[in-house]
Design a protein around this ligand. Structure first.
Ligand SMILES: [Fe+2]
Length: 352
């Protein structure tokens, strides 16, 4: 019997109802607003919906994609964002601007950044305690981000590699349970997850199972790098057979028929639920010219139509109620964020 939302890569390949193409009029609006506000690209908190104005038609296009990410495959793709017609500053403003109509931006790192550049900064520090993958060119472990959804806006593609991988963790879990019902023990084990450099109640880690399958609240979490770091930080050993299971799960998630592989093209916006999909990326090679290097802009958004979460998600998300203000790093942010967030929550209907 199928216990979970059971789609595979083949379902995504067969259907295109999760792909949205922007109409030319919508693209023109975005270009106009972004060029007009480009001088504010380093002061994005000063841009709200009253400054970055989108028509009902344009804002609907983005809202539809967000709605899609909360049902069916728990993801969506928008095509035709005008990456080729905007310079870097304008593009940054465009990402921020359309984000205002989808959700509330949440902090993505210990510095409290509300918008981040996903590109190789040659730090080479992914597989270390508090290392982050988004500023390296490394292959990443399957993981989730924080925020209800993660959005990647593609500005420049890699010379080679950098393939985006998405899997439905519930289908993988279902497969493993059919293979051996005793795998439930591994899926429900309490693993120490690192908080990735920030602290909650002076703790650097929290305990969580991979799988939570309470109806209506189902959510899945995996990140081998964070579990290894959480184990180091907490002193809690993860027995070898549990580690073996994590790698087995990750390898399955990355293989057919579970893994959907795609190259994000210039102008694509990928939207993924952090509760019902897991994602990864293959290693990549860049072009030599600085402005040709792979470059994505990332937003973590809190949504008004988000699902309720299981109790074990309270520490990392702060709030498990549906449609509530939650997710992201709980760190110090630009003091203006407080007022900005209040206005955004009001405009979008996010519960504070
Ligand atoms: Fe990620």
């Amino acid at each position: 019997m199928t216990r979970f939302i059971n789609w595979t890569a083949a379902d995504l390949e067969k259907s295109d109802d999760w792909i949205f193409v922007l109409e030319p009029e919508v693209v023109d609006e975005i270009i106009e607003q972004s060029q007009r506000l480009a001088h504010l690209s380093t002061d994005l908190l000063s841009i709200d919906q009253s400054k970055f104005k989108l028509s009902e038609n344009a804002s609907n296009a983005f809202r539809q994609a967000i709605e899609k990410s909360q049902k069916d495959y728990s993801l969506a793709l928008i095509r035709g964002f005008p990456a080729d017609r905007l310079n870097e500053q304008e593009f940054r403003v465009a990402c921020w601007g359309v984000g205002l109509y989808m959700g509330l931006v949440r902090p993505q790192n210990v510095a409290g950044d509300l918008i981040t550049d996903v590109r190789n900064a040659n730090t080479g520090k992914y597989r270390v305690v508090n290392g982050r993958g988004y500023n390296t060119n490394s292959e990443l472990d399957f993981h989730i981000d924080s925020g209800d959804v993660v959005l990647l806006f593609c500005r420049r593609e890699a010379k080679s590699g950098g393939q985006s991988l998405v899997a439905n963790p519930f289908t993988v879990a279902q497969h493993l349970l059919e293979e051996d019902p005793r795998n439930e023990v591994f899926l429900k084990h309490q693993y120490p997850f690192s908080l990735g450099g920030f602290k909650v109640d002076s703790k650097e880690h929290y305990m969580s199972p991979l799988l939570e399958d309470e109806p209506g609240r189902s959510a899945f979490r995996i990140n081998i790098k964070n579990i290894i770091n959480g184990s180091i930080q907490s002193g809690i050993t993860v027995p070898q057979e549990y580690m073996d299971f994590l790698y087995k799960f990750q390898n399955l998630a990355g293989s057919a028929p579970f893994c959907y592989r795609m190259y994000l093209k210039q102008g694509d916006i990928q939207i993924l639920s952090n509760f019902r999909t897991i994602h990864s990326r293959t290693a990549f090679e860049d072009y030599e010219e600085p402005d040709m290097k792979r470059h994505l802009i990332r937003l973590w958004l809190c949504l008004s139509n988000s699902q309720p979460l299981p109790e074990s998600w309270r520490t990392p998300y702060a709030n498990i109620e549906p449609g509530a203000l939650r997710g992201g790093y709980r760190v110090e942010v630009d003091p203006r964020y407080h007022d900005f967030a209040k206005k955004q929550c009001q405009a979008l209907g996010i519960r504070v």
